[in-house]
Design a protein around this ligand. Structure first.
Ligand code: NAD
Length: 416
């Protein structure tokens, strides 16, 4: 129960509903998803055998605009996880005032066990399965765990072939050559960087002198590691699915990124100054800023008491459970919630979508300037409510995001 992400998402709605006295009818509505589709994905494998995978697409709320949310390929994906991730996307888009709703998708598959051709067939068949549920005016997918620009290209192509014309606005996170945006790859890491910088300023501490620990060394973890490393922060530990590396003097992040970009695991990196640690050791390592950037449910009531940092910057979606949140709040640890901290990804996805629709592309300077403006505005909104009400940053962010959705429901009314 504690670890079912959709139960957690519903619990978070209850916490906010109580805090702001939300209309019980709206509370009831927000705890349901608008649409959920399960598709079977039959694939002829390279050896001629048939395997059937299960895929999902969920729209939690489109009350403020078309759905927006990534697609995840993982053997752990299930409907409740996708529902939770779609719900969190609703809050994220609302918090940033983007005219988009919350959606998410996933396929229950371990993509590392598939050849490139199998992965392409899986992606094209999954896209065909959900084709009536996506589109620039309906719901716009993007990359998430274990999906990337190549997979977005196959989705865009499959959708376009079915429509008989090129429709770049159907997905974001595409390569630049087919309508992608500059700055999308780095966007989530860049967003985390702007937010932690702003938080350090509020706490009157200097970002350069912070010690950092990062779980996950993929798109999000890798980018934030690189940005903080360049800024001069000491990155004490990083991890991937294979385990983590620790060095009290600070890891050489540029070298580790070169290593993992070749598809190699951190645990196999050879440097005798570095100590191998497990992912659970990593989470309780003493540092100033802990950045969970891998997956959900990493900080739970089991390890929350042993977390030894000043700030948790949530790069992943849902890395902290509500029980852990309560403990961390009592311990005085500032948790910068996912819906604010990692919202850089959806923000630049929104820019990509706007650029595709207008067929006019921006430069990196404009992307990063607009990203910073939107994120810092959201950060200041959250910080103000947090100070006024003396609540957690998460509850403050939820109050803003949920209130906007509730207002939209109220204005539109319930059809018919
Ligand atoms: P990714 O696939 O690029 O990287 C995931 C990283 O986590 C890898 O280093 C992987 O080895 C590691 N990992 C996987 N399972 C693990 C485990 N059990 N223990 C420890 N490490 C593990 O994915 P990503 O795009 O970086 O996404 C990471 C998280 O950030 C997810 O929660 C995702 O929803 C969230 N997120 C991503 C974006 C984005 O733009 N990519 C935006 C917002 C939020």
């Amino acid at each position: 129960m504690e670890l079912n992400p959709f139960e957690i998402a519903k619990k978070q709605i209850d916490i906010v509903a109580k805090e702001i006295g939300l209309d019980p009818n709206i509370t009831k509505y927000l705890k349901r998803v608008e649409r959920a589709l399960i598709v079977s994905i039959p694939i002829i494998m390279d050896d001629g055998s048939l395997q059937i995978f299960e895929g999902y697409r969920v729209q939690h709320s489109t009350v403020r605009g078309p759905g927006k949310g990534g697609i995840r390929y993982s053997p752990e994906v299930n409907l409740d996880e996708v529902k939770a991730l779609a719900t969190w996307m609703t809050w994220k888009c609302s918090l940033l005032k983007l005219p988009l709703g919350g959606a998410k998708g996933g396929v229950n598959v371990d993509p590392r066990k598939l050849s490139r051709k199998e992965l392409e067939r899986l992606t094209r068949r999954y896209t065909t399965g959900i084709i009536n549920m996506i589109g620039p005016d309906i719901d716009v997918p993007a990359p998430d765990m274990n999906t990337n620009a190549q997979i977005m290209s196959w989705i865009m192509d499959t959708y376009s072939m079915n429509k008989g014309r090129s429709v770049p606005g159907v997905v974001t996170g595409k390569p630049i050559e087919i309508g992608g945006s500059v700055g999308r790859n780095s966007a989530t890491g860049m967003g985390l960087y702007f937010v932690i910088d702003a938080m350090c300023e509020k706490l009157k501490s200097n970002l350069d002198s912070q010690t950092i620990v990062i779980q996950g060394f993929g798109n999000v973890g890798g980018w934030i590691a690189s940005l903080l490393y360049e800024r001069g922060c000491k990155i004490l530990a990083v991890s991937d699915i294979s385990g983590g590396l620790y060095y009290s003097e600070g890891l050489q992040i540029d070298k580790l990124l070169d290593w993992t970009r070749e598809g190699k695991y951190l645990k196999d990196y050879d440097d005798n100054r570095y100590r191998l640690i497990t992912n659970s050791e990593l989470l309780t390592t003493e540092c100033d800023v802990l950045i969970p950037a891998a997956l959900e449910n990493q900080i739970t009531k089991e390890n929350a008491n042993n977390i030894n940092c000043k700030i948790i910057l949530e790069g992943a979606n849902g890395p902290t459970t509500p029980e852990a949140d309560r403990i961390l709040f009592q311990k005085g640890i500032h948790v910068i919630p996912d819906i604010l901290a990692n919202a850089g990804g959806v923000c630049v996805s929104y820019f990509e979508y706007v650029q595709d629709i207008r067929a006019y592309f921006w430069d990196l300077d404009r992307i990063n300037k607009e990203l910073k403006r939107i994120l810092i505005e959201a950060f200041e909104d959250v910080y103000k409510v947090y100070k006024e009400r003396k609540i957690s940053l998460r509850t403050a962010a939820y109050i803003i995001a949920v209130s906007r959705i509730a207002k939209a429901f109220d204005l539109r009314g319930i059809f018919p």
